[in-house]
Design a protein around this ligand. Structure first.
Ligand code: ZN
Ligand code: ZN
Ligand code: ZN
Length: 278
């Protein structure tokens, strides 16, 4: 399976547009991999995780081709994961010869689909152009060649946030953005079902924080604790790639500064455009 991180930042991006903090200044000065757009990830070339306000930038600057993308899974409706109004571009006059487009299937929790539906109604994006599907946590769905299982996230509860197990029949990955220390239900599901992950993508928004089991988002220490827990349960081992993603300027490190720290801990750090095979 090929995983391409089109964006790797948290909600404000890194640097943040109105921020004058020293972390943002250093990122701006260093440029390159230190510049993070909002998180969005492509599996192979046809399954997309999240559809945020930087999707257009990922198309024109990040090499994202939306034509083969049939299935889009949304983690939750925070704007760095879902910008529903952008689906207006599926219909004329924003897309002409729209009949050549694959009509995307969009999956999310009930609260997130309800939020999305308001944007779709406002933008006159009818079911001629898009199909929405409401997910039930822990119930696996088939999406093209993939089996996708939504698990509950420890994040803003009003969005009914989900993290995802994506499996292509051979390999499985866990995509865990946004979430703090996993919910009890998610840990119980993992303990009971013991899916084996080739890759685990962990939320490292609050990079330098020292809370071992935080709510909302994770940090280096809690990512390390989550890895140990997953290995103990048999869901991962020394062959599993553990990847850190979704970084905030408040986390304390630019990409260049974080890489040596994460390497010591045997973590891969994402940057915009990184592709990982697993
Ligand atoms: Zn986020
Ligand atoms: Zn800043
Ligand atoms: Zn969020």
């Amino acid at each position: 399976m090929k995983i391409k991180y089109l964006g790797s930042g948290a909600s404000e991006g890194f640097p943040a547009m109105f921020c004058t903090c020293d972390n943002c200044k250093r990122a701006k000065l260093a440029g390159g991999k230190n510049i993070r757009t909002r998180s969005q990830t492509l599996i192979n070339d046809d399954l997309l995780l999240d559809f945020n306000q930087d999707t257009y930038a990922h198309v024109v600057y990040g090499g994202l081709d939306l034509l083969p993308v049939k299935n889009i899974f949304i983690t939750h409706y925070h704007e760095d994961h879902l910008c529903g109004h952008e689906f207006i571009n599926l219909r004329p006059p924003f897309a002409v010869e729209a009949e050549n487009m694959v009509k995307p299937d969009v999956f999310a929790s009930k609260a997130t689909i309800d939020f999305l539906q308001k944007d779709l109604d406002y933008a006159l994006v009818t079911d001629e152009f898009i199909t929405v599907h409401t997910l039930t946590p822990f119930e696996k769905v088939k999406a093209g060649n993939y089996d996708v299982t939504p698990l509950t996230a420890n994040h803003d509860p009003k969005t009914e946030p989900l993290i995802y197990i994506v499996s292509d029949g051979e390999k499985s990955i866990l995509y865990a953005h946004d979430t703090g220390w996993f919910t009890k239900e998610t840990w119980d599901f993992l303990k009971e079902n013991k899916p084996y992950f080739s890759l685990v993508s962990l939320d490292c928004t609050c990079t330098c924080d020292k809370i071992s089991k935080p709510d909302g988002h994770m940090n280096l220490i809690s990512c390390d604790n989550a890895r140990n827990e997953l290995i103990k349960m048999g869901c991962a081992d020394e062959n599993t790639s553990f990847v850190l993603n979704h970084f905030s300027h408040n986390g304390g490190y630019t990409y260049d500064e974080l890489v040596p720290v994460a390497a010591e801990m045997n973590f891969t750090v994402t940057y915009d455009g990184i592709e990982i095979d697993c």
